[in-house]
Design a protein around this ligand. Structure first.
Ligand SMILES: [Zn+2]
Ligand SMILES: [Zn+2]
Length: 303
């Protein structure tokens, strides 16, 4: 099952030649989730050859321009490409009137439906769920209501070992509970352990996206034991005051959250345009959390 991340944009608000504003694509088993949609996202989708028609769900962390200005253009392109299927957008409730105004005045003949899902910016809630995937939104600490997102693969049912099922003559009515983890008791009263009857399934994978936020211990709680954590690292520690004023994080802040949450890998992004070279961000973060990577445009990861 795929669980692949592609970074489309890794810069903060001001334009930069080689770094676009925040946008990421997470492909979980051919579900292409677009996370944030900064200006130029559709250019980046073309650049990294991601089919527009595959995107049915867009998750927006907050309504600052560098996270949403790509939406009107992308929606317009969807329409030009003849899209008919519903587009689901998960965001703060204020996005709907903003987009609706633009679309009713500029994009009058939209051929598909946009379904808006309101995120709760006060507490952790499930916002999307299907057979294989669950997505949660949780509050971050920024200038306006902002949420992060956690994408989790669901624990798959265990696979039965055919020879064992036949050997113990396990009836069909008992097989579902064994797949769920139950032991089996034979007619003679002997208990057969579940591990003897099933193949072990893989640990479910998870990805957390922490968009614009200042450092918060609460964030670490929300993302505890996640496989891969993306956390913004707009500034370096020498601009800590600026980070506080703008309610952003430093590379050290991001690494501290990763360490507290005991994640496996940290990706840092949302870099201020003042930085051409990001080596200092990496060095600063690695001092606190060794397994850190700078997730710049075009970075891909198979989780
Ligand atoms: Zn931003
Ligand atoms: Zn912001």
């Amino acid at each position: 099952m795929n669980f692949n991340l592609t970074i489309l944009g890794s810069n903060s608000a001001l334009p930069k030649i080689n770094r676009f504003s925040t946008a990421q694509i997470l492909n979980i088993s051919e579900r292409f989730f677009l996370i944030d949609c900064g200006e130029g996202t559709q250019i980046q989708l073309r650049r990294y050859q991601i089919k527009f028609s595959k995107i049915n769900h867009i998750f927006i962390s907050h309504l600052h321009g560098d996270h949403i200005y790509g939406l009107p253009g992308l929606i317009s392109t969807f329409n030009l490409l003849g899209r008919k299927s519903d587009l689901h957008i998960y965001s703060h409730s204020d996005l709907e009137p903003i987009l609706s105004f633009l679309l009713t005045n500029i994009e009058r003949n939209l051929q598909f439906k946009i379904v808006y899902h309101q995120t709760n910016t006060k507490e952790k809630t499930i916002i999307y769920e299907d057979k294989k995937v669950i997505v949660e939104a949780f509050p971050l600490k920024h200038k306006i209501p902002t949420t992060g997102f956690i994408f989790r693969e669901k624990q798959q049912l265990q696979t039965l070992i055919k020879e064992k099922i036949e050997f113990y003559q396990i009836p069909i009515s008992k097989r579902k509970e064994i797949k769920d983890g139950a032991n089996f008791t034979t007619s003679e009263g002997k208990t057969i352990k579940n591990s003897e009857l099933t193949l072990k399934t893989k640990e479910p994978r998870s990805y957390a996206f922490c968009s614009d936020t200042q450092f918060s211990e609460k964030t670490a709680k929300y993302v505890e034991n996640i496989n891969v954590l993306y956390h913004e690292a707009t500034f370096l520690e020498n601009l800590k005051i600026r980070a506080k004023e703008t309610m952003h994080s430093t590379a050290k802040d991001a690494a501290t959250v990763a360490k507290m949450a005991q994640v496996k890998l940290l990706l840092i992004g949302h870099f201020s345009s003042r930085y051409n070279n990001l080596d200092a961000h990496l060095t600063e973060a690695k001092k606190v959390f060794e397994n850190t990577v700078t997730a710049t445009d075009g970075f891909t990861l198979s989780i």
